[in-house]
Design a protein around this ligand. Structure first.
Ligand code: NDP
Length: 516
């Protein structure tokens, strides 16, 4: 007997217009455990029209920031009250170990809603601009309108929160399409937004195939902005589709992040840190430290210890609190990992450990893979392409210049880490990396108050913090003529209006001119 999940649409729960459903598979067992309504183009149209009404006519964008903040805090409270159920759902739907789902996922959702509530509560939507003689100028930050959010399968409820919270905190309406492998916690979060009293149409969640529901959403002329997290390949397609109506896009895409280990490192600490950087959630993490660059002087000892500890980690079912690594999200993704292991061996990388499916007692149908370590070269495919699985390429370097050069030799630029006993050395290396985040002697520390996003083909724009908040706002400049004294002497069509000296000495501001 499987549970059933319906779309969150138009302020209610509903079946898909077609009546179609699809199954969600538990990757720990390989068995279906939920039926999910499958949204298509008709549902997308219904949802964007409801979102449009919520934005154009409804109270949400017109509320004060502090009122919206109160609603976001209510959502955070409801997530907290339902933390246990949400964590278990994430474990079954996405294969997150229950430890990670409880401690990382649900906690991050709560702190994300709280962080954006805090920003909304600041009500910083108006700001005076530098003075200009004869006029008063100010800017307003206004919501963009209807936002389409499309999320990947690796961190379903976190990604949903990363999109919904800033979109609604700034007064937008949002239609979220979660990944087809992992729709359940996003639907539950949408349902909790309704329970928190958000007006009809402000938050809607529509699981459905990317090529149908996703594309209809991105192409809809009623949508003003697209916020996407996923692969670089689909990000490229989203940009193309969004260009038809010049939609604003923020894209959080793939990564191949470096973990640089300098020769003065605390070996014990850094071995664990590098393993955590790559094998956290089986490497199905956009910032996973999948390339470890290790100083030649310590390479042999470091790698021997790394391999030993990788072999000691426990692969097991998501609901088992003893599991360090749970299952891979789906059979096709497990096959992708296997394909890259084969590619690594064909291109001459040396397999140091792993490389096989992992056998887990009583869970023969699950999608498990051993943590895998290759001694590799940075030019190999396994060091250049995103695998999104538990595969580490270890690469030696001679000096810090070479480490920086190799680390930056990638089309991606999302995250990375430097491990060193000397902070000045680590900072010097960190500042030369072409990535959106660098951790020093740490990994995967993401805070909804600090910006997150990628250089190069890892994306456009930033999520989180004030910068992420502003990605969901338009900027309007308002010019107020103060009495028309200048105009009465110099008609509008006379573009040679002389610059007037400011009456009060102050910062120099150029005189306003007709736009050209
Ligand atoms: P995909 O890019 O395949 O899919 C992401 C989302 O896009 C899914 O909801 C998918 O729907 C949808 N989608 C697929 N095709 C289209 C389309 N043509 N138009 C509109 N939407 C579409 O990524 P994965 O889900 O496989 O996630 C893994 C990827 O996400 C990795 O490459 C990883 O690096 C990246 N990622 C990046 C992060 C970052 O912050 N930079 C964070 C997390 C992941 P459906 O599921 O139905 O196919």
């Amino acid at each position: 007997m499987t549970d059933s999940y319906r779309l969150v649409i138009g302020g209610d729960l509903a079946d898909a217009a077609s009546g179609e459903t699809f199954q969600s598979i538990d990757p720990s067992t390989g068995e279906a455990f939920a039926d999910v309504a499958k949204a298509g183009a008709e549902d997308v149209q219904w949802a964007v029209e409801a979102a449009r009404r919520a934005f154009d006519e409804g109270p949400w964008p017109r509320m004060k920031g502090r009122e919206r903040a109160a609603a976001l805090l209510k959502v955070a409270d409801l997530v907290k009250q339902n933390a246990g159920e949400l964590a278990e759902l994430e474990a079954h739907d996405a294969g997150h170990t229950i430890r990670m789902a409880k401690n990382a996922d649900v906690g991050m959702v709560i702190s994300t809603f709280r962080a954006f509530a805090e920003l909304a509560g600041r009500e910083d939507d108006e700001e005076a601009l530098p003075r200009n003689p004869g006029s008063f100028n100010y800017l307003r930050r206004e919501p963009i309108g209807v936002c389409a959010a499309i999320t990947p399968w690796n961190f379903p409820i976190q990604m949903a929160a990363w999109k919904i919270a800033p979109a609604i905190a700034t007064g937008n309406a949002v239609v979220l399409k979660p990944a087809s492998y992992t729709p359940l916690t996003s639907l539950e979060l949408g349902r909790l937004c309704l329970e928190a009293g958000l007006p009809e149409g402000v938050v809607q969640v529509l699981p459905g195939p990317g090529a149908a529901a996703g594309e209809s959403l991105v192409e809809s002329p009623l949508v003003d902005k697209v916020a996407f997290t996923g692969s670089t390949e689909v990000g490229r397609r989203i940009m193309q589709l969004a260009s038809g109506t010049i939609k604003k896009c923020t894209l959080e895409l793939g990564g191949k992040s470096p973990s640089i280990v300098l020769d003065d490192v605390d070996m014990d600490y850094a071995v664990d840190g590098v393993l955590w950087g790559v094998f956290f959630h089986n490497g199905q993490v956009c910032t996973a430290g999948t390339r470890a660059f290790v100083a030649r002087a310590i390479y042999e000892d470091f790698v021997a210890e790394l391999v030993k500890r990788a072999e000691e980690s426990t692969v097991g079912p998501a609901m088992d609190p003893a599991s360090d690594l749970g299952p891979i999200v789906a059979k096709t993704q497990l096959e992708t990992v296997e394909r890259y292991v084969d590619i690594g061996q064909q291109e001459g990388a040396k397999l140091l450990t792993g490389g096989e499916r992992a056998a887990v007692d009583g869970h023969g149908g699950g999608f498990y893979h051993q943590p895998t370590v290759f001694a590799a070269d940075n030019s190999m495919k396994i060091a250049q392409e995103e695998i999104f699985g538990p595969v580490l390429a270890v690469i030696p370097f001679e000096d810090e210049d070479e480490a920086v050069r190799l680390a930056n030799d990638s089309i991606y630029g999302l995250g990375g880490a430097v491990w060193s006993g000397s902070l000045p050395r680590a900072v010097k290396v960190a500042e030369q990396l072409r990535t959106g985040t660098v951790w020093i002697n740490d990994y995967h520390m993401i805070n909804p108050r600090y910006p997150f996003g990628g250089y190069k083909q890892s994306g456009i724009g930033r999520e989180h913090g004030k910068i992420g908040f502003d990605e969901y706002r338009e900027i309007k400049h308002i010019h107020v003529d103060l009495g028309g004294q200048v105009r009465s002497r110099h008609p509008w069509w006379d573009i040679s209006v002389p610059k007037r000296e400011p009456r009060v000495p102050g910062p120099e501001t150029p005189g306003s001119k007709p736009a050209g």
